[in-house]
Design a protein around this ligand. Sequence first.
Ligand code: ZN
Length: 509
Amino acid sequence: MSRRIKIFDTTLRDGEQSPGCSMNFSEKMEMARQLERLGVDIIEAGFPVSSPDDFESVKAIAKAIKGSTIAGLARCVEGDIQRAYDAVKYAQSPRIHVFLATSDIHMQYKLKMTPDQVVERVAKMVAFARSLCPDVEFSAEDASRSDQDFLVHVFNTAIAAGASTINIPDTTGYSTPTEMYDLVSYVKTHIQNPHVDLSVHNHNDLGLAVATSLACIRAGATQVECTVNGIGERAGNAALEEIVMGLKTRQGYYDCETGIHTKQIYRTSKLLSTITGVPISPTKSIVGANAFAHESGIHQHGVLANRMTYEIMSPEDVGVNQNKMVLGKHSGKHAFIDRIEELGYKMEEADVAEAFERFKVLADRKKEITDRDIEALIGASAVANVKETYKLKSFVVNSGTVISATAVVKLEKDGQEEIEQVARGEGPIDAAFKAIDQIVGCHSKLENWTINAVTEGEDALGEAISKISCNGNLVTGRGLSPDILEASIKSYLNAINKAINAAPKANLE
Ligand SMILES: [Zn+2]
């Protein structure tokens, strides 16, 4: 019988702490719900002691999510552990994840502790965590650069104190797959309880995180820590979708399975990219735009004759719908709803109505509406479910090589007043955003702006992402339109509306 590997997702903790990937409260909730649908075993929701915001979002996720274990990270100190527990205790299945470094370099320079002190601290703090919560994971930070006998001694100490999962991180992404294979094998044969879960957590500094994780699984690891799209500190973590599809596609080799609903993979990846505004490289394995595209004539010919000639997995398996069935201007609400259901979405009636409105507007301007377009429209309602304090009425932008860009933007405020402003800028986008700033009068700063085509073709739908900082919060806005200026203006307004309507922290109970 094949071994069941637990998928521990740390997109909301390790992933979220990487530059440009921070998420606000509602975005984390949206992501957690999708991770639950994806079927991950454990969601590491955050590091509760790190900030009041992190604490609140871990707590809210613990309350809302039923299908996955909810873990909170804590250093090996009582205050951290208590705080982590206070946040995860609402979960049906809570976990406290404590960590302490075990490598000489970390102990000497970072912790300023002797090996004996480290062992003593682990014994005490794992026991404390265990007194609060039945499910405790212990991580030996920088395990791959630790003395192996000492590492095993620390692990046995943690297990004796009540840890049910021990994690062997390659924190710096330094190890090779074979070295980590050997380390996991060594730990496996030297720990005193064969029933604890052996976990690995690999970083991608040398591009080996997924390869190393799979090698660790071969060596006997039963849990793997990873993130969606491989986001994370520096070069990122091991990518969840690559590990899962590696195990599935090469089932005969690994003889392992996961609880992941692979058809949710593409959607999860896209949602994260939409929320963070970090695009997915076209050649990214599994979820990149070209991952299943066959360009060369020889390949196309082969695939047409038999898909297995060049395809080792089917795009449908990861939820990429190859069906190019298109809807258009004359498609009715029924066809639209049918397509949504076929794509596997479940939506509230009000959201369907709203998405259909958007569909109609788009169909007036774009001949063929593909599945990607529909997913973008649906994504717009899922992510941008925000009160439109300011709504775009109209805009005119003039720009060129011999004039400075000027924008005239008219917004409607609270469905009543119409306000118009003119502004000059460094370019058309800058001018339009400045006009909006004058109308709204808010002190926000544009941190990042990107635009991508959702589909191919001349009338491709443009998806713009604007990230603004407002009162210390980073807010991501999204706008869709075949017109890139309009998409950009909408994304900026979406971010501003989100910032204006952000729930006061005190109400997040
Ligand atoms: Zn990490």
